[in-house]
Write a protein that binds this ligand. Structure first.
Ligand SMILES: [Zn+2]
Ligand SMILES: [Zn+2]
Length: 290
C-alpha cells in the first residue's frame, strides 16, 4: 500500500453507491454543458460527500492563448477557472467537499512546461491524461482507417508509462482509453504492454481512476481501464478511485453501481474507501487494493 493512504475510512453509501467522483467537466472546455455549480449540485443530489472539479486544462504545448477551443479552455481562462472552483469550495463547505482539480494533458517532451504550468495554480490534484498517440487524438475514430494499430498502441502505452513515471499526477486517468474505437488489442500484445503500465502506476504514487466514460464510449462492459489492466493494478496494490468524466451534469456519478459490482468481482473491498493524500497536500478518496 502506498504511504499516501491514510487509515481513517471515508464512508461509501450503502452497497451500490460511491460517495465521490473526481473527474468532471463544464462549459469552459468547449465540449461540455453547464456551469460548475450544476455539477456540484448533481453530486449533492446523488448523495456524494466529496466532488472533484477537473476541467480540461489549456493546450500549454501549442502556440497562442486558445489553440483548441473545442477541446480545452484558454490559457488565460485558468485563473478564472481556479478562482471560481475555490469560491465554490468555500460556498459549498458543510454540504459537500469540493476539490479543485485539473485534467492535464501529458505531451511527450513537454514535462517541464507542464510542471511549471501546474505549479502556477493552487489546485488540490492533477489528473494525468494521455489524449494523443503519434500526434493524433486517441478518440479520433478516422485514425484507425489509416494507421497501423500496433504502432498506435505501443506509442500510447509508452506515453502512459512516461506520464506515470513523471510523478506529476495524483490520478492517472482513463488508462486503456486508446482502445475506445480501435480494432481489438491482441491479448499477446496486451500481455507485453500492460504490465509495464501497471508497474509504472504502482511506482508513481498516484491513484488510478476507474473512468466510466468507457461504458459510454465503448457501449460494452468495460470501463477505463479494462478488467485486464485492473487485475494487474490490483495485484500491485494500486489505489483505485472513481471518475465519471461527466460532460453533462446528469453524468455525475455515472455507472457508479457498475463499478462497485466490478470491484467486488475483482475482490476489492468497496465498503471502506480511504483518504489519499495528493502531492499537492490535499486529499482524495480511494479504494485501497492491498
Ligand atoms: Zn480525458
Ligand atoms: Zn475528462
Amino acid at each position: 500500500m502506498t504511504d499516501a493512504i491514510r487509515t481513517d475510512a471515508v464512508a461509501t453509501m450503502g452497497e451500490s453507491k460511491i460517495a465521490f467522483d473526481f473527474h468532471s467537466h463544464h462549459r469552459r472546455c468547449g465540449h461540455a454543458q453547464g456551469e460548475i455549480p450544476d455539477y456540484v449540485e448533481a453530486a449533492i443530489a446523488s448523495g456524494m460527500t466529496i466532488f472533484g472539479v477537473s476541467d480540461h486544462g489549456p493546450a500549454y504545448w501549442l502556440p497562442g492563448d486558445h489553440a483548441q477551443p473545442g477541446t480545452q479552455m484558454a490559457i488565460s481562462e485558468m485563473g478564472a477557472y481556479v478562482a471560481e472552483a475555490l469560491e465554490l469550495k468555500a460556498r459549498y463547505a458543510g454540504r459537500i467537499e469540493v476539490r479543485v482539480g485539473i485534467e492535464a494533458d501529458w505531451i511527450e517532451g513537454r514535462a517541464e512546461d507542464l510542471k511549471r504550468w501546474l505549479n502556477d495554480y493552487p489546485i488540490d490534484y492533477a489528473l494525468g491524461s494521455v489524449h494523443y498517440a503519434l500526434g493524433t487524438n486517441i478518440f479520433n475514430q478516422a485514425r484507425w482507417q489509416r494507421e497501423e494499430p500496433e504502432a498506435v498502441f505501443r506509442a500510447y502505452y509508452a506515453s502512459v508509462v512516461r506520464a506515470a513515471r513523471s510523478g506529476l499526477f495524483d490520478i492517472l486517468s482513463h488508462l486503456t482509453a486508446v482502445e475506445s474505437y480501435s480494432p481489438p488489442l491482441r491479448p499477446e500484445l496486451a500481455a507485453e504492454l500492460y504490465p509495464e503500465v501497471a508497474d509504472a502506476a504502482a511506482e508513481s504514487g498516484a491513484a488510478v481512476e476507474i473512468n466510466t466514460s468507457g461504458y459510454r464510449k465503448m457501449g460494452g462492459d468495460e470501463p477505463f481501464p479494462n478488467r485486464t489492466m485492473l487485475r494487474l493494478l490490483i495485484e500491485r496494490g494500486v489505489p483505485l478511485t472513481f471518475g465519471a468524466d461527466s460532460h453533462r451534469p446528469q453524468e455525475v456519478g455515472f455507472a457508479a453501481n457498475r463499478v462497485v459490482a466490478l470491484l467486488q468481482e475483482l475482490g476489492v473491498d468497496t465498503q471502506n474507501a480511504q483518504f489519499f493524500r495528493t502531492k499537492r497536500g490535499s486529499t482524495l478518496s480511494v479504494f485501497p487494493t492491498r
